[in-house]
Design a protein around this ligand. Structure first.
Ligand code: CUA
Length: 319
């Protein structure tokens, strides 16, 4: 199954290992389950036959070889358990091997209800910050450090790997090595408040060249708007509440309370996967965030229609 959000995807090394382990567990436990049912059916059938022969005055049937059956059963169950234990151990080792040589360092901070994503490298000038989107080059092991700014969240890209919690005051981590390109969806997997459902992350796995193109574009500061309407929007964003929460690199807006907006218009969605990115949704979101995502930290500002047109026109320049 090759959908954007599926545990059966196996588009990452870890996801594929989980999938094989799950298949093995299912096969072994199904065999044991069917044997239990078969043995139960046999026992019932034998009992009925015995009762029947007693009633009709015939000699009782031979007692079944209980001892041998019991020994065989114990041996079978133990073999199954040993196979599952060894397989779990080998999967764990294989995952540790992938995690031992990361080529990409990423830090993700969970907030109610969005994801702050930072690519941290040895060279601070090459650090990149974005929000609610994660780009990964295919075949490259990435090490992701996970932190929380408020409550417990859980990072989960089912197509690529398992879950890992983000715990306040603690640092956890997960390693992901994507094996196939594609667009995936990550969903917060730990209930974290009223908008837990609307806490998604768009994941793009692409080839190295595309990833580097995206990365270099992301390092660029926002371009100054040229159209009059967008300029008016820029003025609004810089002088009103927007700049108090958001960062737009290359401008005076430098707050990190809310998601980074430097390249907002290049993303696939807004408000952490709540709405697809397009002009209509930008209008809807900026006009009334509380109607789209009740409880969100972004207040409804009550913009006048001309201010709304201007702000959306400016946001659309943030490619
Ligand atoms: Cu964050 Cu659920």
């Amino acid at each position: 199954m090759n959908t954007v959000q599926s545990v059966f995807g196996g588009q990452g090394a870890e996801g594929a290992q989980f999938l094989s382990l799950m298949t093995l567990f299912t096969v072994v436990t199904t065999i044991i389950y069917l044997l239990v049912l078969a043995y139960l059916a046999l026992a019932l059938w034998r009992r009925r036959r015995t009762e029947h022969t007693v009633e009709s005055g015939d000699h009782a049937a031979e007692p079944p070889p209980q001892r041998t059956a019991l020994i065989g059963w114990v041996a079978l169950v133990n073999t199954g358990l040993i196979v599952l234990t060894v397989a779990s151990f080998l999967t764990d080792r294989a995952m540790a091997r992938t995690a031992s040589s990361p080529a990409l360092e990423i830090e993700i901070i969970g907030h109610q209800w969005w994801w702050d994503v930072k690519y941290t490298g040895a060279d601070p000038s090459q650090s990149l910050e974005t929000a609610n989107e994660l780009h990964l080059p295919v075949g490259v092991p990435a090490h992701i450090t996970l932190k929380s700014a408020d409550v417990i969240h859980s990072f989960w890209v089912p197509n690529l790997a398992g879950k890992q919690d983000l715990i306040p005051g603690r640092q956890t981590d997960i390693s992901i090595k994507p094996t196939r390109t594609g667009l995936f969806r990550s969903q917060c997997a730990e209930f974290c408040g009223v908008q837990h459902t609307h806490m998604a992350l768009d994941v793009t796995v692409e080839n190295r060249a595309d990833f580097l193109r995206w990365y270099r574009a992301g390092l660029q500061p926002a371009k100054a708007p040229t159209a009059p309407l967008a300029k008016a929007g820029y003025a609004y964003v810089m002088t009103r509440q927007c700049a108090m929460c958001h960062n737009i690199t290359g401008t005076e807006a430098g707050s990190h309370f809310g998601p980074d907006l430097t390249h907002l218009a290049s993303r696939r969605s807004i408000a952490a996967g709540t709405l697809p990115m397009n002009r209509g949704n930008l209008y809807g979101w900026v006009a009334d965030p509380q109607a789209n995502k009740p409880g969100s930290k972004m207040p409804t500002l009550g913009l006048e229609p001309n201010e709304l047109h201007a702000v959306v026109a400016y946001l659309e320049t943030l490619k």
